[in-house]
Design a binder for this molecule. Structure first.
Ligand code: ADP
Ligand code: MG
Length: 309
């Protein structure tokens, strides 16, 4: 086969195009990928077809080089690709590997719904989790992800993470949620005290119960900082109680984190009714549901917040 560039130059000369443009086109046809493409499709392409495709070939090479130089293109994230289109060479744009990776990451992030949670748990990973003082919890977390993703229809008891301020409870919840998201499982992480305040501020509002309804149905729910909420029998019975009752009935995994252990939490939830009386039965009922849903893990260690750079 004669040199494509040379043949093209001849044709272009006939058409009397500017010298500069001719040179650009010649360079484009000298591109390795272009040559290979023409070679592979030579039965389909006449010299005239190739000449007619010059602007597309030029587009292909110039976009490709722009990407190589790290410059912005018209369709960022998309790589040009040569195709045959009705006996002409054409350029199509396909998502680049980097874009696919980014989209996949986005899809993973989208599976974790965070409500009033700190941003830094977005990238929390079990693999990065410093094990000191939480070997058991980290191991159980890994096991949960494995067992849940291999049989999501079965009931899996989740975890109740107890430990003092700053030991990494919230971080571990985030890491579990992200680990599940990697496997395609959606979860909702909820900072319970803030949620309780929001609920209280919107009593009687249609949105309140809709929100509770959404939260209670999420495949995996994580209630962060439970017990740090302001005491109110309405939050306990009509919000938390309703959510937990549903989760228990439907056997939906529910995680908790708290500064309090379960015994302390029960005391906290005694609260008082409007008449100022403690309600041990109601507190017990909440605890029964929590115990059904989650196993208690104690996390010890230093307060990591004080050691942050
Ligand atoms: P808690 O919820 O128990 O109060 P956090 O989960 O908020 O504590 O953790 C406190 C700080 O330490 C956060 O900034 C968190 O990102 C960081 N952190 C906690 N655990 C780890 C870990 N295993 N590896 C790296 N950073 C961690
Ligand atoms: Mg926390």
């Amino acid at each position: 086969m004669k040199d494509v560039g040379e043949q093209l130059a001849e044709q272009l000369k006939k058409r009397n195009w500017t010298k500069n443009y001719q040179q650009l086109i010649r360079d484009a046809f000298g591109d390795k990928e272009v040559r290979a493409f023409i070679q592979n499709n030579q039965t389909e392409l006449t010299q005239e077809d190739i000449a007619k495709s010059a602007s597309k070939v030029y587009e292909f090479v110039s976009v490709k080089n722009k990407i190589k130089r790290g410059e912005e293109t018209l369709a960022p994230g998309y790589d040009p690709q040569l195709i045959l289109n009705n006996h002409l060479i054409d350029v199509t744009y396909v998502p680049s590997e980097a874009l696919m990776v980014q989209k996949k990451r986005q899809a993973v992030h989208n599976r974790v719904r965070s409500i009033n949670m700190p941003k830094n748990i977005r990238d929390a990973e079990l693999a990065d989790y410093d094990l000191e003082g939480r070997e058991l919890a980290a191991e159980a977390a890994g096991r949960f992800i494995e067992e849940y993703t291999s049989s999501p229809k079965k009931f899996h008891r989740a975890m109740y993470l107890q430990g003092s301020f700053g030991v990494g409870k919230t971080y571990l919840l985030g890491a579990i949620a992200n680990g599940l998201a990697e496997e395609g499982v959606a979860s909702t992480l909820l900072h319970f005290p803030s949620f309780a305040v929001e609920m209280k501020n919107s009593i009687g509002n249609n949105g309140t119960m809709k929100m509770v309804d959404e939260v209670k149905r999420t495949p995996v729910l994580m209630l962060d900082d439970i017990g740090a909420d302001q005491l109110s029998s309405w939050i306990r019975d009509d919000i938390l109680g309703v959510i937990l009752q549903y989760r228990m009935q439907e056997e939906l995994p529910t995680f908790f984190s708290s500064n309090l252990d379960m015994v302390q939490l029960e005391k906290q939830y005694l609260t008082t009714n409007n008449r100022g009386e403690a309600e041990p039965l109601k507190a017990k009922r909440i605890m029964e549901r929590i115990r059904f849903l989650a196993e208690e893990f104690r996390i010890v260690g230093r307060n990591r917040r004080q050691f942050k750079k």
